[in-house]
Unconditional design. Structure first.
Length: 191
């Protein structure tokens, strides 16, 4: 076993020893969902004041409104009754550091972890690589406010999303912990 695996299993044993939340209902108690980034510096439970059972939190690279994120939001509403949604991106996001072309090129030469420095991305060159990455839209980000607005609009315009669900757009500041509203996104997400 790796040390990380051991740490996770020990933490889980300790958590399970005092676990008292086995009777929480399936639908989220506060009836809302958050779409946010997978970045380890973000703790939606803390920045949104959540406890277990309060809300759905959907996470992916960049917190983007991918088809799968929309699938999760629709399930959240249709089957589990959420009535409000938040799209929350963040400052200093890794999705701002590359483009579709860069990712495709890196994967073409190697599947090993790449590195970045002041001169850009570098691959270790230890093949084999795979060209399939050139056919994926990695949903990279050039401007946080713009990407939040685009994602709110994409969700709001989905034919699967009821028009009466308000969607709010924010950027989480990783330096201050504050949620900063993107007014254009929130306006686009209103009923």
């Amino acid at each position: 076993m790796t040390s990380v695996l051991n740490e996770v299993l020990l933490a889980n044993r300790n958590y399970a020893n005092d676990f008292d939340k086995g009777d929480l209902p399936l639908p989220p108690g506060r009836r809302f969902a958050i779409l946010t980034c997978m970045d380890a510096r973000l703790d939606p439970a803390k920045y949104a004041g959540l406890t277990e059972g309060d809300a759905h939190v959907i996470r992916n690279a960049g917190g983007r409104a991918s088809d799968d994120a929309i699938r999760s939001l629709v399930i959240s509403y249709k089957l589990l009754g959420t009535r409000e949604w938040f799209v929350i991106h963040h400052t200093d996001c890794g999705m701002e550091l590359f483009t579709n072309d860069i990712m495709g090129d890196l994967l073409s030469s190697s599947l090993k972890t790449a590195s970045i420095d002041e001169n850009g991305w570098h691959d270790c060159g230890e093949g084999p690589g795979c060209t399939d990455g050139k056919y994926i839209n990695w949903l990279t980000i050039k401007d946080q406010a713009q990407s939040v607005t685009e994602d709110v609009m994409r969700i709001k315009n989905s034919p699967l999303v009821p028009k009466d669900i308000p969607i709010y757009g924010y950027v989480y500041d990783v330096k201050s912990g504050k949620l900063i509203e993107v007014p254009e996104a929130t306006a686009a997400g209103q009923v």
